[in-house]
Design a protein around this ligand. Structure first.
Ligand SMILES: C[S@@+](CC[C@H](N)C(=O)[O-])C[C@H]1O[C@@H](n2cnc3c(N)ncnc32)[C@H](O)[C@@H]1O
Length: 196
């Protein structure tokens, strides 16, 4: 996957990486910052999705579509589709542009709205990446875990960078009999849960 990145995907990834780097250097708080994962986290997500059991792939928090592009690599390889939810209309439009420019519209289905209202409640999720506002993590965790297939994976970003905010959901996962869970020190820290 990683040594044969499609040219359109690589080009759009580089554009988004440049915008994200500018956002972070600038330091001025802006509502529409991309706040995307670093490349290593993207590779980690792609590998996890590539190893997931059969079932639906979901992302909560699309932003400009950067992490979804990483997930498009195993999706294409395995003949899967990713459904990614974004609540902000302007970010949703940006992500649609990303998927068009990267020729990834055939493997990614962007959905505009709050994932908590729109996620289909069928128990067939094999892989979920949760990367939204920290206030919705607990709701999303309680929504997604019952929908995971056995062996299905939930990965939640910012488990180290926003540890204080996310401690309740981290504690919940570590003590939750339904999953095996740990925090992986990669990127901003990934809470990794596998449904038993
Ligand atoms: C950290 S950014 C996502 C970055 C993206 N995963 C990436 O790495 O390229 C978080 C995004 O989640 C969106 N969001 C927050 N709450 C949401 C919800 N309940 N449903 C869908 N999207 C949500 C925000 O608007 C924001 O664009």
């Amino acid at each position: 996957m990683f040594n044969s990145l499609p040219r359109d995907v690589a080009a759009r990834m580089h554009e988004l990486e440049a915008v994200d780097a500018e956002d972070r250097e600038d330091g001025t708080p802006r509502a529409n910052r991309l706040r995307q994962v670093p490349p290593d986290t993207g590779r980690f997500l792609a590998l996890l999705a590539a190893m997931a059991p059969a079932g639906r792939w979901v992302e909560i928090g699309t932003s400009g579509g950067y992490s979804a592009l990483w997930l498009s690599l195993p999706a294409r390889e395995r003949g899967h589709r990713l459904t990614t939810f974004e609540v902000l209309p302007e970010k949703f439009m940006l992500a649609r542009e990303t998927f068009r420019l990267a020729s990834a519209e055939d493997v990614i289905d962007p959905v505009q709205g709050d994932a908590r209202e729109l996620l289909e409640p069928t128990p067939d999720i094999a892989f979920c990446f949760l990367d939204a506002e920290k206030e919705v993590y607990s709701d999303c965790y309680e929504l997604v875990v019952p929908l995971l297939v056995p062996g299905g994976v939930l990965v939640a970003d910012n488990a180290i960078s926003h540890q204080a905010d996310l401690q309740p959901v981290i504690d919940r996962a570590l003590a939750d009999e339904r999953v095996d869970a740990m925090v992986v020190p990669i990127g901003k820290g990934e809470l990794l849960c596998r449904r038993r």
